[in-house]
Design a protein around this ligand. Sequence first.
Ligand code: NAD
Length: 256
Amino acid sequence: MLKGKTALITGSTSGIGLGIAKALAAQGANIVLNGFGDVEGPKAEVAGLGVQVSYHGADMSKPAEIENMIHHATKTFGALDILVNNAGIQHVARVENFPVERWDAIMAINLSSAFHATRLALPGMLARNWGRIINVASIHGLVASAEKSAYVAAKHGVVGLTKVTALENATTGVTCNAICPGWVLTPLVQKQVDAKATALKISNDDATKLLLGEKEPSLQFTTPEELGALAVFFCSPAGNNVRGVAWNMDGGWTAQ
Ligand code: NAD
């Protein structure tokens, strides 16, 4: 379905981003990966799906590097058709104890990077009158949890940016939507499970059950594969008139 298209997924060396990259590759899209850590492993996984893969190591807190990455995608594959703004970090602390440097980093990586990548990718998409911008927000773009002030503020911002981008382009072939996952067992969440296990002196298994039980009625993690399938839907012809939604995949978290 996506043969001949190019998708850039930020923060795709791990977790949800890699899951979405693989789902889009399975539909034939050429892929630009981004993120830190091991690059060769994710590159090989995506290439194994029979598409072309490139990598750009832009630090998503740096607008000049984001600009460079968008140019790299266009230069490598001729166009950028699908942009998935996914890179994100977390820090947990009460507002009065929240390190200022962590606040600034979360705002830059989780929110401003989506603005920069979007503003730079849009002109090419509009020129071809086809584009998909998918913002990986979070359930924390819709509701809050204590001790996540920067993350919740940034993710609410991402949902707002999604709506504005969708409205400004509503009469064109460019759509913009957000995905709002509940808990997904990635390195980002494993750190929170480990912190809970240490703080409460309980096993990793019990900490996992506690984490899910507090918020997620299904008591199940959403998987990167399920989120990838939702991204594919947004890119499909059936998604042509889906504009500005913030779509939960949260095991009932926000139905409560
Ligand atoms: P993860 O830690 O597995 O992956 C994060 C990715 O972002 C990695 O590839 C990492 O290298 C990259 N990254 C981090 N800082 C970066 C930077 N400055 N520049 C470029 N890349 C950078 O985390 P994940 O759980 O897969 O999270 C992906 C997105 O999903 C995030 O935006 C997160 O907020 C969101 N999310 C996660 C969950 C969850 O439960 N895991 C739930 C809702 C939303």
